[in-house]
Design a protein around this ligand. Sequence first.
Ligand SMILES: [Fe+2]
Ligand SMILES: [Fe+2]
Length: 242
Amino acid sequence: MITNRQTGTNIHEIADGIYRINTPIDLPGGQAFSFNQYLLIDDQPLLFHTGGRFLFPAVSEAIAGVMPLERLRYVSFSHTESDECGSLNQFLAAAPEAVPLCGQVAAMVSIGDLADRPPRALADGEALALGKHTVRWFDTPHVPHGWDAGLLMDTTTGTLFCGDLFTQPGHGNRALTQDDILGPSEAFRQPMDYFAHAPQTAATLHRFAQMKPQTLACMHGSAWQGDGGTLLRHLGEAVTSR
Ligand SMILES: [Fe+2]
Ligand SMILES: [Fe+2]
């Protein structure tokens, strides 16, 4: 469903109760890119990634197409960066019961100060019940980048909110694909490497591989469905074989 003809913003359900909001972007130089946010609708709805401040009107309009915006309870993201949490305070203002949901490092070094309401900080491995769905937070310091980084896994549907992992160029027109995303994302990463290449990178990716996610909710490009364990192992090999 296209929710804004001007921006091309669209929303599609990619797993039970999980909606991908996608806005295609044309970068200077003619390169196509996209920003995605994920809305998990449950008793306590959660948004993962907010998009930058400029995207707030389009993203909030897309949410309002499937759920009253003021029902939002958690605004979560991987690390402190504009596309991750740029419009956090705009969402906190629009949804009076919403709080930021992040890792303990993000809460300590940034979000406790930047956000207009105190965050709920999750420890590594901590679970949070949202209703039918339960999510777990995992610290991923410096993977792919940012000391405060972490990722969220919906253990109910096997969906890994994998943030910048598997970033693909293009508009991400397909909400959910089973095609290869590792090849395009590696071709995109290599000239503009956004991985910090910390010593624990392979171990961090392997930890997620062992959880065998079935859906990878990428921030840039299409979400992906398939054998996530194998794909994450291959990403670990690609990133560490330089
Ligand atoms: Fe990032
Ligand atoms: Fe990103």
